[in-house]
Design a protein around this ligand. Structure first.
Ligand code: PAF
Length: 285
């Protein structure tokens, strides 16, 4: 695995792969890699001849300087975690490779970026869309891999790739969970032991709610019960708990079309997000 920091070096390598007729798969990350990222790397290796993992802590998608400062930077241990996966390149762009002097372009996706995390984190998806557009173009990617844990991000990226005629196929991969169901996230490490234990209420409650809704319970009742269960268990604030259409993320009151349940909740100063699909009811189910 080669470590590259300059886009000209990156392009020299990807041009060589192109001449050899090889396909390129990319896994964009901000580092602090966990098993969720590694599942994306595995999916990329299965699909493409060459695999690039990018590692860039993108300042434009953070809402506060404190959150950006607190974000873990673990390049050496990330490289170690990738070693067994036989990837071709780890691209860790220097900041000016992404945002050169005078950078003045923002990629802004409307529709799917509104509501949910977009409402709570103004400008977040503009930062994501801008950096992902650049990373897909810089790496010349045929396919790029994103986790369904950040389902809204996945839909934002799909939309920008379609709208900008990027050749990159956007591949969504299932959320990887801890043994107790908590969705893997680089932020989980900041919970501390007690809150980490409490956090399992989030996937448990989500699962109970999607099952109730799939069995025909009115969504409003299922969501009320879920809010109560979360609050009773010690969740400090529920930023949103919403039923949304899949994949265009319209707010729904009933799950009579493909739908997912989305949550963002705060625990011990850490923002946890998760989402689960509502199983479709078939006439004989
Ligand atoms: O999901 C992430 O880690 C980031 O939002 C991404 C896609 C790497 C863009 O910075």
């Amino acid at each position: 695995m080669k470590l590259i920091r300059r886009k000209t070096d990156l392009r020299a390598i990807t041009d060589g792969w192109r001449r050899a007729g090889e396909t390129i798969g990319v896994v964009p990350t901000m580092g602090a890699l966990h098993a969720g990222h590694l599942s994306l790397v595995k999916a990329a290796s299965a699909r493409a001849d060459r695999v690039i993992v990018t590692l860039f802590v993108n300042p434009r998608q953070f809402n506060s300087p404190e959150d950006l400062a607190k974000y873990p930077r673990t390049e050496d241990s990330d490289a170690q975690k990738l070693a067994p996966f036989n990837i071709d390149l780890l691209y860790v762009p220097a900041p000016e490779e992404i945002y050169p002097e005078g950078f003045a372009t923002t990629v802004s996706v409307s529709g799917v970026s509104e509501g949910l995390c977009g409402a709570a984190r103004p400008g977040h998806f503009d930062g994501v869309a801008t950096v992902v557009s650049k990373l897909l173009l810089q790496t010349d990617a045929d396919c790029a891999f994103f986790g369904e844990k950040d389902y809204q991000q996945l839909q934002v990226v799909r939309r920008l790739a379609r709208d900008l005629d990027l050749k990159t196929e956007i591949v969504g991969c299932p959320t990887v969970r801890e043994a107790d169901g908590l969705a893997m996230s680089s932020r989980n490490a900041r919970l501390g032991d007690t809150a980490r234990d409490t956090a399992q209420i989030v996937p448990r409650t989500l699962e109970a709610a999607i099952n109730a809704i799939a069995r025909g319970a009115p969504a409003a009742d299922a969501l009320d019960r879920a809010r109560m269960a979360l609050t009773d268990a010690g969740i400090e604030a529920i930023e949103y708990l919403e039923l949304r259409s899949d994949p265009d993320l319209r707010l729904l009151t009933t799950a009579d079309e493909p739908a997912r349940l989305f949550i963002a909740a705060w625990l011990n100063g850490v923002r946890l997000i998760d989402n689960m699909q509502i199983a479709r009811q078939t006439p004989d189910s």
